[in-house]
Design a protein around this ligand. Sequence first.
Ligand SMILES: [Zn+2]
Length: 168
Amino acid sequence: MLPSACTELGITLDLLAGRPLAAFDEAESLICACRNNEGRECLLTPETAEAWRAMTSAAARQGISLYIVSAYRSIARQAELIRSKLEAGHTITDILAILAPPGFSEHHTGRAIDIGAPDCPAADPMFAETPAYAWLQGRADEFGFTLSYPRDNSQGYVFEPWHWCYRR
Ligand SMILES: [Zn+2]
């Protein structure tokens, strides 16, 4: 059974066949970790925010700047993003390669962060070529962050070098 937020967008079980997607619970407590470049509050669970602070400090000591492009996003907001892409003429199949169905995104857990780096557009494949990404590959694990969607991931998403999730 898919949540009604999915069926309302025309997302069917057939569309997700072969993709082992997990449904996640929405975050229970969130704090503001910082503001992003657009001045919007970046919300994370308290543990994730603490781990993020520790990780960015360690990175900064090695001359690497990491910042938050996007953090918590509600299930309702996820549905809105999909709806606006549908309205812009994208097919649901194309959309679901880059956006999780509502209820299945790590972003509403408050533990996922889309990470940005200087001189790299937000959520761009170029992120994989940045010193920030190289640093994360070597050190993020120490702070509890792992890459959710590597190349050729079984969940059927595009490679998202910028999307890291705190799993401790
Ligand atoms: Zn993400």
